[in-house]
Write a protein that binds this ligand. Structure first.
Ligand SMILES: [Zn+2]
Length: 104
């Protein structure tokens, strides 16, 4: 898809993406890009992989809600089952936010 990138265009806001987990918008740089390599969902923190991407906070809670709602199926337009084990390991090993033992 055509995407214009102008250099030195000050005054423009940074790109904003929607987290597929909590559905809130955040700067693209605050989110981790995910791509589907076949059925394998793979983190793409450098945002260099081609193809359709999904964005998610580096937060296990966002990961969990994205998985529960089938957000990746939608984001990648996947028809079959996706293998999210690799990305799950990436996100579960990410920085812990807070220390609460909230369940729900
Ligand atoms: Zn989020």
């Amino acid at each position: 898809m055509p995407e214009r990138a102008r250099i030195g265009d000050s005054g423009r806001r940074p790109p904003v993406r929607t987290c597929v987990g909590c559905r809130s918008r955040a700067a693209q740089s605050d989110l981790v890009r995910l791509v589907a390599d076949g059925a394998l969902v793979t983190p793409d923190p450098e945002r260099r992989a081609p193809g359709r991407g999904a964005y998610l906070h580096p937060d296990p809670a966002c990961w969990a809600s994205a998985e529960r709602r089938g957000a990746f199926q939608r984001a990648f337009r996947a028809r079959g089952r996706l293998d999210t084990s690799r990305a799950a390991a990436y996100f579960s090993g990410g920085p812990r936010v807070g220390g609460g033992g909230r369940s729900g």
